[in-house]
Design a protein around this ligand. Structure first.
Ligand code: NAP
Ligand code: ZN
Length: 352
């Protein structure tokens, strides 16, 4: 065991603050990583404030962060995939049982023994796992990703959650040329959804509550942008979508989007608001529409997504901040004032 600097929250209403945590010594299959950048996901905020108490209560202190990019500083004796100095990524998952039906089809995110990067029981040290708002992390090599060499690392970090969470459902639901696809909410997830849907060849329509993001949405790849608070603009799209990806983090009316689907259209939720969302049965009945969810993606698909990003030059649009600005960043994220992901330069933790 060794000590590592980190930022943690001590309770649901506490600010994040400098802390020291324990990390395990590398086992034979572990990789130790010096963290260079960590993205700020809205899930970090939901967890830090215990907003998912009914489903995944937060154990304090919590060290959030699951959009990790760093440099390999140590490898266990049996590690074959990585060597010292490699640039690697870690997303939302750090372990699974490798044997269950989900693991057998490369969907470790649904493994009943799956271990999330933070706030999951830690098999090695007891307590819970600690995430990427830290100077280093130790992860089994099978949950470490290879980062394409041509990409900007601050912009790569958000791919590890926001990237895979949008890439996976767009692939699963066959988003491609000839499909009309909506993306609801232009934050960290939404802006990646736009980039991927465009790269897959679809006709992309963005729904935003922030008129200030309209020009950016077009630059990110949208063909059309709808102010979702304008009823006339919404009505113009009734019954026309093949697929809509909803990334909204707060309470909102999903029936308004179900109405925009065409026959057999699908609305997939990736946003995870604190409270349940009411659904009108009739919205689904007429047109045989479906409502789904999607959770990040498996390790193989995460690597596929990173490789796709390398080939197509795709990264997140980031505002790089120091760890000391994390509390202010959370408040700005709540106000939808982030363009379009905060990426923490973890070198700033050395000043603590
Ligand atoms: P984010 O950067 O804060 O973006 C959320 C966007 O939703 C905002 O930028 C805003 O877009 C829109 N929005 C916010 N409040 C709204 C409201 N009251 N009504 C309508 N629109 C609103 O958050 P994120 O990191 O992308 O995460 C989004 C959600 O996905 C969170 O709940 C997060 O926990 C969840 N998540 C799920 C997974 C998964 O595996 N399923 C993975 C990661 C995150 P506009 O300004 O364009 O309206
Ligand atoms: Zn996330």
């Amino acid at each position: 065991m060794y000590k590592a600097k980190a930022y943690s929250a001590a309770g649901a209403s506490s600010l994040l603050a400098s802390d020291t945590i324990n990390r395990r010594e590398s086992t034979a299959t572990d990789v130790q990583i010096e963290i260079l950048f960590c993205g700020i996901c809205h899930s970090d905020l939901h967890t830090a404030r215990n907003e998912w108490a009914d489903v995944m209560p937060t154990v304090y202190p919590v060290v959030p962060g699951h959009e990790i990019v760093g440099k390999v500083t140590e490898v266990g004796a049996a590690v074959t995939k990585y060597k010292l100095g490699d640039i690697v990524g870690v997303g939302c998952l750090v372990d699974s049982d490798h044997t269950c039906p989900s693991c057998q089809v490369d969907m470790e995110q649904f493994c009943p023994e799956g271990v999330f990067t933070y706030n999951s029981p830690d098999k090695h040290l007891g307590g819970v796992t600690f995430g990427g708002y830290s100077e280093s992390i130790v992860v089994d090599e099978s949950f470490v990703l290879n980062v394409p060499a041509n990409l900007d690392l601050a912009g790569v970090a958000p791919l590890l959650c926001a990237g895979i969470t949008t890439y996976s459902p767009l692939r699963h639901w066959g988003v491609a040329e000839g499909k009309k696809v909506g993306v609801v909410g232009i934050g960290g997830l939404g802006h990646m959804g736009v980039k991927f849907a465009r790269a897959f060849g679809a006709h992309v329509v963005v729904f935003t509550t922030s008129p200030s993001k309209i020009e950016d949405a077009l630059r990110l790849g949208a063909h059309e942008v709808v102010n979702s608070r304008n009823a006339d603009e919404m009505a113009a799209h009734v019954g026309s979508f093949d697929f809509i990806l909803d990334t909204v983090s707060a309470d909102h009316d999903i029936n308004a989007y179900i109405n925009l689907l065409g026959m057999d259209g699908n609305l997939t939720l990736v946003g995870a608001p604190e409270k349940p969302l009411p659904v009108s049965a009739f919205g689904l009945l007429f047109g045989r529409k479906s409502l789904s969810g999607s959770l990040i993606g498996g390790i193989a698909e995460t690597q596929e997504m990173l490789d796709f990003c390398g080939e197509h030059g795709i990264t997140a649009d980031v505002e790089v901040i120091r760890i000391q600005q994390v509390n202010e960043a959370y408040e700005r994220m709540l106000r939808s004032d982030v363009k379009y992901r905060f990426s923490i330069d973890m070198a700033s933790l050395k000043d603590e």
